[in-house]
Design a protein around this ligand. Structure first.
Ligand code: ADP
Length: 517
């Protein structure tokens, strides 16, 4: 017979074990990263390590020149498939997941039936230029007004004119929207609505800020903008902090309900994933193009250089302001070396070739394939290679191509520094081309600041996971996360001031030869 003391210690033991099991069980975070060409699901553990990952590409639909669409079914189908695959790979069940975080391609626009969930047409993707002409007029007439409210320079990228296009062009859409039968959402909203079987109709500040319908100063959907674009307010989702409780997935979806604890646009997710949560923190994503974002704290900075002002991720209803700029041709210049010039076999070769020569041999490439973006804004400009001599080799060309990525990022960063009046002392990096050590060392040298590449390259998914984990209490605060995360590689400036000046002068001269005005 067990004595009372033994019973109580046995109970204690089991209760403890149950607690341990329970906390172990709920120690995973599922990040859903719904991107432009693929959907990914990443399962992170409490140490922010990737436990499992699954990815699925889906179809890009090009109905006309310059138009880009996605099937809404493909978006949801690929999300469900990658989640299932990642959960199986991680050898866990839905019950082991403490929280879901969602990060998404921004601006892409969906409209669906409130009762059935059926979309009225394909999703109009951020890259789609169908409303470009309208946006030119809009910019000329209402540019200042829109910028003052939204921080955005009117462009077809943003959701507002895409949504207007749907209401104007899809049979019966406007009438149905006015009757309250249709809902609008960016991809985060659409995914949440489906995962919760219509119970959650919400978005976050970072996604709302890219619609061009949201006032980034009073943090509300803007009535004057809704009137301008003739958008019924009842179509719009509720807006919450990026890291906050959105609701539970429907039981039928994953077998048991899981809490959705973050939604955040991809670039802002990466910024948070780098823990760039203080004023002046800066990150660059080196993908096909580059996205440079600077946290400017509680100050919305007005740019004199054509950069946009937007909102960053946070756990509170006071999201930070962010300055954002992009380089049109980033890693794409390496694709051009591979597929256009055919002077490298794969992107990784570019690093060895660039290092095979002592310097650029006087060569500069300005990859203005589709014009120059911020801070130069010259749509007519086309690319140039300058400084070619009889001694120019393949190595010089490859090196100049990689250097061109760094110069463009540096020009953007300098513009941000001027706009914000904030010194830059550290650049956090991610994206496909950030694995190139030569590029990152040159970036550190030319910007004269530390360039830091994290160990986990899944920075976007990680940002959504951090926000979700903090909301769910997996981590108690940012300090705990900082203590967990290990830095990958730090590139420290190692170039003389004189050499930097000479190189920057060479780049500036080459730029002048490229510009049309
Ligand atoms: P995206 O998300 O825009 O599709 P990724 O982050 O996947 O882009 O990065 C892909 C880009 O990175 C391509 O343009 C490719 O040329 C470039 N890239 C990949 N590996 C390297 C490398 N080792 N050096 C330089 N560029 C690279």
């Amino acid at each position: 017979m067990l004595r009372a003391a033994e019973i109580s210690s046995a109970r204690l033991f089991f209760e403890k074990r149950y607690d341990i099991i329970n906390s172990v069980m709920k120690n995973y975070i599922l990040s859903i990263d719904q991107g432009t060409t693929s959907s990914r699901a990443v399962i992170f553990d409490k140490d922010a390590h990737v436990r499992a990952i699954a990815q699925q590409e889906f179809k890009q639909i090009y109905p006309k020149a310059g138009w880009v669409e996605h099937s809404a079914q493909d978006i949801m189908g690929s999300v469900m498939a990658v989640v299932a695959e990642a959960v199986v790979r991680a050898d866990i069940t839905a019950e082991d997941i403490a929280a879901i975080g969602i990060t998404n391609q921004r601006e892409t626009t969906l409209v669906w039936d409130k009762k059935t969930g059926k979309p009225v047409c394909n999703a109009i993707v951020w890259q789609c230029r169908r409303t470009a002409k309208y946006c030119e007029k809009l910019k000329a007439v209402h540019g200042e007004f829109i910028y003052a409210k939204t921080g955005l320079i009117p462009d077809a990228y943003f959701s507002a004119t895409k949504l207007k296009w749907i209401l104007d062009n899809i049979d019966g859409a406007r009438a149905r929207a006015e009757k309250g039968e249709l809902l609008f959402g960016t991809v985060d909203t659409f995914i949440m609505w489906h995962l919760t079987k219509g119970a959650v109709f919400a978005t976050d500040y970072t996604n709302a800020a890219r619609t061009m319908l949201f006032n980034i100063h009073n943090l509300k959907w803007d009535e004057e903008l809704l009137n301008l674009f003739k958008i019924p307010a009842r179509m719009l989702p509720k807006v919450q902090a990026s890291g906050s409780e959105f609701g539970f997935t429907d039981k039928s979806v994953f077998g048991s309900p899981v809490k959705i604890c973050s939604a955040v646009g991809d670039q802002q997710a990466a910024l948070f994933g780098h823990l760039c949560t203080n004023e002046g923190d800066l990150k660059n994503t080196y993908g096909t193009g580059c996205f440079l974002l600077m946290n400017t704290g509680d100050k919305p900075v007005k740019s004199e250089n054509g950069l946009v002002t937007t909102l960053g991720a946070s756990l509170s209803d006071r999201p930070p302001y962010v300055l954002e700029g992009s380089v049109f041709v980033g890693g794409a210049v390496v694709q051009w070396l591979r597929d256009g010039l055919k002077i490298i076999e794969n992107a990784d070769d570019s690093e060895t070739l660039a290092e095979s020569v002592d310097d650029n041999g006087g060569i500069y490439i300005v990859p203005a394939f589709t014009g120059l973006g911020a801070p130069f804004w010259d749509g007519e400009a086309r690319g140039t290679i300058t400084g070619i001599t009889r001694g120019t080799t393949k190595g010089h060309i490859v090196r100049a191509a990689l250097e061109s990525i760094a110069y463009q990022v540096s020009d953007l960063a300098e513009a941000m520094k001027r706009d914000a009046g904030i010194e830059i002392n550290r650049l956090a990096v991610d994206g496909g081309a950030s694995k190139n050590n030569f590029l990152l060392q040159f970036q550190a040298d030319i910007l004269n600041c530390q360039t830091v590449r994290p160990q986990t390259v899944e920075t976007t998914a990680l940002g959504a996971a951090f926000l979700a984990g903090l909301t769910a209490g997996i981590w108690k605060d940012l300090g705990e996360i900082r203590a967990t995360v290990r830095t990958g590689k730090i590139f420290t400036p190692d170039m003389s001031e004189e050499r930097r000046r000479t190189l920057l002068q060479g780049w500036a001269k080459s730029l002048r030869q490229t510009q049309t005005r």
